[in-house]
Write a protein that binds this ligand. Structure first.
Ligand code: ATR
Length: 279
């Protein structure tokens, strides 16, 4: 029986077991996927002795993504672009690492808003953390000519642009509204709106009517940003699809079957996000 897990500190909040155990069950695979609470000082030792712990691979969540990147023997281009890994697997004795956030975001965007690239326009990325890096890299790979990054801490956006190249343009956070008017896609990669806390403070009325508005926050599923965009008749892309699609490559590596993101899986996650219902 093959076993995989998610490591983090803390790890209790992770929804990865819900996704992978659903696929194990529906694909009829004799496997297991569990949570492992691993202290930061133990992350490297855990990752470099995965087989000894009985695992063929794992997902990696906060704060171990950089440790996984450092521990890996082989790192692919996506993980290199982000400087962090969220998925590792064993190839013989070798520990291989990738970052599947780029795949997850771009796959969900392409499926949910086909033609988003029809108008040759820049995209606007709010935030410059790890998720922003993965998404900017995805837009670069998709051939977008200009990616505008708006971040509260400008130096972080500058570091991102310096690494990912001249098609990434850095803008002051205060200019996010005016600077996004022509955008083909506006994506929030910050934690603003998570659990309904905070507001991006953007008036969406100036956006191009073709703009696709996207949020990586998925709790709540319909953030203030997405609700505002829907009210204006704009196409929206939620954050849950990124979470679901980013899980696909890891499952395939560990268990040898490429799983499907279905409406039933999405419904399972939505029910979990909504929490236990009152009697
Ligand atoms: P992740 O790896 O999930 O992207 P992160 O690296 O902690 O998370 O990045 C969080 C992002 O949200 C950052 O861009 C952060 O801006 P700073 O670089 O200025 O910290 C942004 N962010 C979080 N809270 C914010 C707020 N209240 N206003 C503006 N930006 C915020």
């Amino acid at each position: 029986m093959k076993r995989a897990c998610v490591i983090g500190w803390p790890v209790a909040h992770s929804r990865s077991p819900l996704i992978h155990n659903y696929w194990l069950k529906t694909c009829g695979i004799d496997g297991a996927y569990t949570k492992e609470a691993v202290r930061p000082e133990e992350a490297n030792a855990f990752l470099t002795s995965l087989a000894g712990h009985g695992y063929v691979g794992c997902n990696v969540t906060v704060p171990h993504k950089e440790a996984a990147f450092a521990a890996a023997d082989e790192i692919d281009a996506a993980a290199r672009a982000v400087g962090a890994a969220n998925t590792v697997w064993l190839d013989g004795d070798k520990l291989c690492a990738t970052n599947t956030d780029t795949y997850g975001y771009m796959t969900h965007l392409n499926l949910s808003a086909p033609g988003w690239q029809a108008r040759d326009a820049p995209v606007s990325v709010l935030g410059a953390g790890g998720a922003a890096r993965a998404i900017v890299y995805g837009f670069l790979e998709a051939g977008v000519a200009e990616i505008c990054v708006f971040n509260r801490t400008r130096a972080r956006a500058e570091a991102l642009a310096a690494q990912l190249g001249p098609r990434v343009k850095v803008h002051d956070w205060e200019t996010r509204e005016a600077g996004s008017r022509d955008a083909a896609v506006l994506v929030n990669t910050t934690s603003i709106g998570l659990n309904g806390v905070g507001s991006l403070g953007i008036d969406l009325s100036g956006l191009n009517q073709d703009c696709v508005v996207s949020d990586i926050v998925y709790v709540p599923l319909e953030t203030e940003l997405l609700a505002g965009a829907k009210a204006r008749g704009l196409r929206t892309v939620d954050g849950l699809g990124m979470l679901l699609h980013q899980a696909v490559p890891g499952f395939e590596k560990w268990f040898g079957v490429r799983p499907k993101v279905t409406d039933a899986l999405k419904a399972l996650l939505i029910a979990d996000i909504a929490g236990p219902k009152a009697c």
